[in-house]
Design a protein around this ligand. Sequence first.
Ligand SMILES: NC(=O)c1ccc[n+]([C@@H]2O[C@H](COP(=O)([O-])OP(=O)(O)OC[C@H]3O[C@@H](n4cnc5c(N)ncnc54)[C@H](O)[C@@H]3O)[C@@H](O)[C@H]2O)c1
Length: 340
Amino acid sequence: MKTILVTGGAGFIGSNFAEIALQKNYKVIVLDSFTYAGHEASLEFAKGSPDFTLVKGDICDGALVLDLLQKHKVDGVINFAAESHVDNSINSPGVFIKTNVDGVYTMLEASRRYFNELPENKKQAFRFVQVSTDEVYGSLELDDGLKFSEETQYKPSSPYSASKAAGDHLAHAWFKTYGLPTIVTNCSNNYGPRQFPEKLIPRMILCALNGEKLPVYGDGKNVRDWIHVHDHSNGVLLAFERGNPGETYCFGGNAEVANINLVNQLCSTLDALNPLPDGSSYNKNITFVTDRAGHDRRYAIDDSKASKQLGFRRAYDFTSGLRATVTWYLENQAWCEEVR
Ligand SMILES: NC(=O)c1ccc[n+]([C@@H]2O[C@H](COP(=O)([O-])OP(=O)(O)OC[C@H]3O[C@@H](n4cnc5c(N)ncnc54)[C@H](O)[C@@H]3O)[C@@H](O)[C@H]2O)c1
């Protein structure tokens, strides 16, 4: 049985990943500092599990990280911990530099010290996976037909994506310079259960259910590629199990959707699953608001490398995944109340 340290495991993707890893018979140690985005309510699945340990702490605390690695004889690190919301990074970039740059540096240094003392057989299997975003690649044009891949040059636009880019570079440098077996994954927009309601899909669902305006940035034509969080989590696990040290793997959902189309699709899904008493559509509350500063126009991912080299396959298409997600939010109002 392998033991993995999952940082940020009380957040959206980290908690979904931890749940899948437990199901696949890993021992999971979650390290999370419980910012506004981390919640014990997202870890209900692990209650009573002898294979699960929760530690409240900061990834910037190198002594704590090293102690956890040594105490639990960890076989690998999956670093999800981050400040993750672009709008927050525009208003308060400092904490993004702290966690997404300094935090990654601290995790890498603690892992390097631990790794150097491992016996040879443990060294062979050890991996440090830095979970990152396609936003490091900047923006595509609406009509250029291009997609991001592992070869795309980094060109981040926001303080969030710039801080993630810095973390990715550090992870690669720790492989090249020190031989720490790091892997970087870059993924498109995730959706699914337990996403904090600041992000587009849960925010729109909850605004719609509360009869509030549904604010869409700019002209609504910005395009994102959407992947279900279970597909992304399985991809990260594959990268950990089969990926080559020093490599990058991109994951996407093969589901490019303009924001306005997404919000309309959400409204029609809600119309079907939770009809309004007067028979009108939730889309009557859609309203366009001033665009986000530096708003990237389009993201799209070519994940054929992960498909060929890791055997990555998606289980969800966007329409069924979105319906399952809306259903989850309708059935888990208590979670929404608690995290807000
Ligand atoms: N959400 C997406 O669409 C998406 C897409 C691609 C990549 N990613 C990346 O995946 C990772 C997870 O994203 P998410 O959407 O689950 O984020 P999230 O904001 O939901 O969760 C982040 C978690 O990290 C914890 N955390 C923050 N700072 C910490 C610190 N200093 N020490 C310990 N824990 C800390 C928070 O408490 C929270 O539990 C991030 O690195 C993000 O960049 C996200």
